[in-house]
Design a protein around this ligand. Structure first.
Ligand SMILES: *Cc1c(COP(=O)(O)O)cnc(C)c1O
Length: 227
């Protein structure tokens, strides 16, 4: 099925979905970015994507992203899966963006090791507003401030720069996107700065964009089924 089409065709389809949805709700289509989630797909699939101009990919496992990045010097990577403390160093080494910061201990460790390695990275705080419904990681609303404090540790504050919030809402729970939009709004007011929202995947990117998502993370609709 999907695998029989070229990446280029699938990319055009996804871009069209994003554009039509954005236009229909009065948003600038360029304000919604597309993050290509390449987990479990072979390096050749990423090469094909790179020929179509896609050079930034999200991976869920540090090891998998690291080995792909070594094979594809022209590509950059975001870590979209859980990050364990003992993987912080390779994560900072091979990933430009860390999207699953969800506890203060992890944030301070990232900060400390980024200092040691003398690197700067973009980070996202992963939010879970839904408690037991999800088992995908993410911090509760009260967990945000301690993470912000840890990210703002003394030293070079540009070391880890916060882009915004990432969420993986419970499957089929469409109200979740609106809840995340309100949550983001609250924090923007509190901090007096703009925060991006990364939410929406292959099956629900339209709902996410309508609710205000700035970035959709798409795997299956771009690369086909994962095996
Ligand atoms: C796999 C994954 C996606 C993409 O999911 P699809 O349904 O294949 O588009 C997005 N975000 C995260 C965190 C993922 O693990």
């Amino acid at each position: 099925m999907a695998m029989m089409n070229s990446f280029k065709e699938r990319l055009e389809k996804v871009k069209t979905r994003i554009r039509l949805t954005a236009e229909a709700c009065g948003r600038d289509p360029c304000s919604v970015s597309l993050l290509a989630v390449s987990k479990y797909h072979p390096v050749e699939a990423l090469r094909e994507a790179m020929e179509c101009g896609v050079t930034h990919f999200a991976e869920n496992y540090v090891q998998e992203g690291a080995s792909k990045s070594l094979e594809l010097p022209g590509a950059t990577f975001a870590l979209s899966g859980p990050l364990q403390r003992n993987k912080v160093k390779p994560a900072l080494q091979y990933f430009k963006e860390l999207m699953t910061v969800d506890r203060p201990e992890l944030a301070s460790r990232l900060f400390r090791i980024a200092e040691e390695m003398n690197v700067s990275r973009d980070v996202w705080i992963q939010i879970d507003l839904w408690g037991e419904l999800t088992k995908m990681g993410g911090c509760s609303p009260t967990g945000v401030q301690p993470i912000l404090d840890a990210l703002d540790a003394p030293g070079d504050s540009k070391r880890l720069s916060l882009k915004g919030f990432m969420a993986i809402p419970p499957f089929g729970m469409t109200s979740a996107f609106g809840e995340m939009a309100n949550f983001r709004e609250d924090w923007q007011q509190r901090l007096g700065r703009r925060l991006l929202l990364s939410m929406g995947m292959s099956d629900d990117l339209e709902e996410a964009i309508r609710a205000g998502s700035d970035q959709v993370r798409v795997g299956t609709a771009l690369f086909g089924e994962r095996y």
